[in-house]
Design a protein around this ligand. Sequence first.
Ligand code: BG6
Length: 297
Amino acid sequence: VSISQDNARVTASLPTGESVEVLLYGATVISWKCKGKENLFLSSKAHLDGSKAVRGGIPLVFPVFGPPPANHATTGLPQHGFARISKWEYLGKSSSESSATPSNTGDASVKLDFGLSNTMLENIPSEWKKYQFGITYSVTLNKEDLETSLAIRNTGTTDWEFHTLFHTYLAVDNISQVSIKGLESSSYKDKTQGGKEVQGTSGPITIAGEVDRNYSLDPSKTIVVAEKNKPRYEISRDMLGDVVVWNPWESKAKSMADFGPEDGYKNMVCVEAGSVLAWNTLEAGDTWEGGQRIQVL
Ligand code: BG6
């Protein structure tokens, strides 16, 4: 396993060629290569210098999803919270390099840990500034999958509420050939229709226009993203019962200054595992743990 790091990013690669690249800004995974392909979409106009949340990769949403509501401790925070726009600390790696035996191919894996705590942040523009927390974010690169998991601790003496979500921009070859299986029978809140509740359908989800939906789906159920009917990604979740499906489509993509190339919306779909439809209460002294695993099929 090889690791390189500077004060802006950490890159890890396995002897078999898979790699992952994580910016300390937001602890944003900006590249994940597996089976010879890039699996995350990164906008060609994304800001990677810490001046704006990264458009692409896996931005982390915490402690609020979307625009913060009124009269809540998150009121005044930026959309999707501060985790994705804060500089995280690289805590180190643990790797396993098992040697090949008749029953195992000797696959290596590497786990990178990143930390963020209230003591690292200045000027949180909301009531949140009085809360204390410590988050460990682990990014594990295996030969055929990427795992991202969070351990969120309330290190203070008052309880607080949070949302969290992995805003994963999956790379696809052509959105018109993409189908998403596993969510279809669930009803969803359609944000393109003011949050209207829409009943599920029977066939897989296909995308032919702007899509911005909030689903709830038992974490024991997996979601498969297929292209030309061939399964490409399988997403498994732990403690993350909500799933957002988002594609801005043509005109919304054009209206985002950091979205490129102009037709890049054809090469991405966000399938975002999170816990965002209701607040999670974290009691003083407690730790919440959750994560996702994306397997390349
Ligand atoms: C999605 C939301 O998760 O994120 C969308 O459902 C939103 O409503 C999108 O537009 C992108 O958000 P942002 O803040 O990264 O532009």
